[in-house]
Design a protein around this ligand. Structure first.
Ligand SMILES: NC(=O)C1=CN([C@@H]2O[C@H](COP(=O)(O)OP(=O)(O)OC[C@H]3O[C@@H](n4cnc5c(N)ncnc54)[C@H](OP(=O)(O)O)[C@@H]3O)[C@@H](O)[C@H]2O)C=CC1
Ligand SMILES: Nc1nc2c(ncn2[C@@H]2O[C@H](COP(=O)(O)O)[C@@H](O)[C@H]2O)c(=O)[nH]1
Length: 317
C-alpha cells in the first residue's frame, strides 16, 4: 500500500471572515523557549547562510537565529554575543569535537540560551547520547533536536529530553539526499505528523519557496520555520558574491556538500548560485506584511488563528 503525501505547493488555506481593520493589527510574534521573537521564521544554520554578523543582525532585529557548527568556536561566539547583551544560539554535532566544545563552554562558565543538535537524521543512538549529555551539562539551555520526519521520531526525541524538534528531511533546495538515498518526506505530511505527535514546539525546516508557505507550515502545527534559500541571496547572509556576465549571484551550498565538507565523502548536498538581491531589509518588511495578511485571512489577529485554518488539497494536474 503506497501512501500519498503532500507538500506546501499541494495545499491552500481557506479564507475566513477578517476581524481586523488593518493588516497592521495582526501580531506575528511568537514565544519560542525563553524569548519572544518578532517573526516565526529564521535562517538555516548553514555556513553559506549565517555567520557571526548575520546572527548579530537577526538578534538585534528581534528575530531568532542559530549559528552553524562548522569550524566555529562556540565559547568565543557565546561570550561575544552575551557581552553584546544578545542571546547565544549555537549548533552542535554528535562527535568528539562537540564533547570538547561543551567542556570548554562549561569551563568558561557560559550557558548558551539555545542549543541546536544538527545532524541529518536525529533519530539515532548518537543523537540520543548527545541530547542527554547536553541536557545534563546545560539544563538551562533550550535544546532543539533534529532533524526528523515522523511522529514516532518526534516522540522519541521528546522522551530523550529535547525542548523542540526540527522536522524536515531531504526537502531543502540544495539537498540531494532524496536522489542519492531514495529517502524524503514532503513537508506538509512531515510537519502534520510531528506536530500531532508531541506537545513541544516543532520547527518546519526547509522547502519554503513562497512566502505563503510560512502560514501553511503554521497551519500544519509548526511554531517556527527554518529557511535557507529564502535568506541566501542578501548582503546580510554569509555566502560569497560572484559576478557572471555582469550579473551578480550569491553562493548557497548544502552543509553536506563537497564544498562544505572539503572532501567528496557522504555528499548529500550541492552548491548553487542564487540571485543577489542586495539588502535584506526589504525581505524583512515583506515577510512580515505577508504573514500579517495571512493572519487576517485566517480570521484572527495572532498566529494562533492560523492553527485553525482549514487546509485544502489542490490537484494541480
Ligand atoms: N535536513 C536534511 O535533510 C539533511 C541535512 N544535512 C545536513 O548536512 C550536515 C552534515 O550531515 P552528514 O554529513 O550527513 O553527517 P552528520 O553531520 O549528520 O553526521 C554526524 C555523525 O553521524 C554519523 N552518521 C551520519 N549519517 C549517518 C547514517 N545515515 N547512519 C549512521 N551514522 C550516520 C556520521 O558518521 P559517518 O559519516 O561515518 O556515517 C557522523 O559521525 C548536517 O548539518 C545536516 O544537518 C544532511 C543531509 C540531510
Ligand atoms: N539533504 C541536505 N539537506 C541540507 C543540506 N544542507 C542543509 N540542508 C537542509 O536544508 C534546509 C534549508 O532548505 P531550504 O529549502 O530552505 O533552502 C536546511 O535547514 C537543512 O535542514 C545538505 O547538504 N543536504
Amino acid at each position: 500500500m503506497i501512501k500519498t503525501e503532500i507538500n506546501y505547493g499541494d495545499i491552500y488555506l481557506v479564507p475566513k471572515r477578517t476581524v481586523v481593520d488593518s493588516r497592521k493589527e495582526c501580531d506575528t510574534s511568537v514565544q519560542f523557549g525563553p524569548r519572544r521573537f518578532d517573526m516565526p521564521v529564521y535562517p538555516a544554520n548553514m555556513k553559506s547562510v549565517v555567520d557571526e554578523e548575520t546572527c548579530e543582525y537577526f538578534a538585534r532585529r528581534g528575530w531568532f537565529y542559530t549559528m552553524h557548527r562548522f569550524n566555529v568556536d562556540a565559547t568565543r561566539f557565546t561570550a561575544d554575543m552575551q557581552e553584546k547583551g544578545l542571546f547565544s544560539s549555537i549548533s552542535v554535532g554528535v562527535n568528539e569535537d562537540t564533547d570538547e566544545q561543551l567542556r570548554e563552554l562549561k569551563a568558561a562558565g557560559l550557558t548558551p540560551e539555545y542549543i541546536t543538535l544538527d545532524i541529518a537524521n536525529g533519530w539515532c543512538v548518537k543523537a540520543e547520547r548527545m541530547i542527554k549529555k547536553v541536557k545534563d551539562l546545560f539544563p538551562e539551555s533550550f535544546l532543539i533536536g533534529g532533524n526528523i520526519a515522523t511522529g514516532d521520531a518526534a516522540r522519541d526525541l521528546e522522551s530523550w529530553g529535547v525542548d523542540a524538534v526540527k522536522a524536515g528531511i531531504a526537502g531543502g533546495r540544495v539537498c540531494i539526499t532524496k536522489n542519492k538515498t531514495g529517502f524524503h518526506r514532503p513537508m506538509v505530511s512531515t510537519v502534520l505528523d510531528c506536530a500531532q505527535a508531541v506537545s513541544i514546539p516543532v520547527i518546519a525546516d526547509g522547502g519554503i519557496s513562497e512566502h505563503g508557505d510560512l502560514a501553511k507550515a503554521i497551519a500544519c502545527g509548526a511554531t517556527m520555520i527554518m529557511a535557507g534559500s529564502l535568506f541566501a541571496g542578501y548582503d546580510e547572509s554569509a555566502g560569497q558574491i560572484i559576478e557572471v556576465d555582469g550579473k551578480h549571484l550569491k553562493e548557497y551550498f548544502g552543509s553536506a556538500s563537497e564544498h562544505n565538507k572539503g572532501a567528496y565523502k557522504n555528499v548529500e548536498g550541492k552548491r548553487i548560485y542564487v540571485e543577489y538581491k542586495g539588502s535584506i531589509e526589504r525581505l524583512f518588511i515583506e515577510l512580515k506584511e505577508d504573514l500579517q495578511s495571512s493572519v487576517s485571512y485566517s480570521g484572527g489577529n495572532t498566529l494562533a488563528a492560523l492553527r485553525d485554518a482549514e487546509m485544502i488539497y489542490v490537484n494541480r494536474y
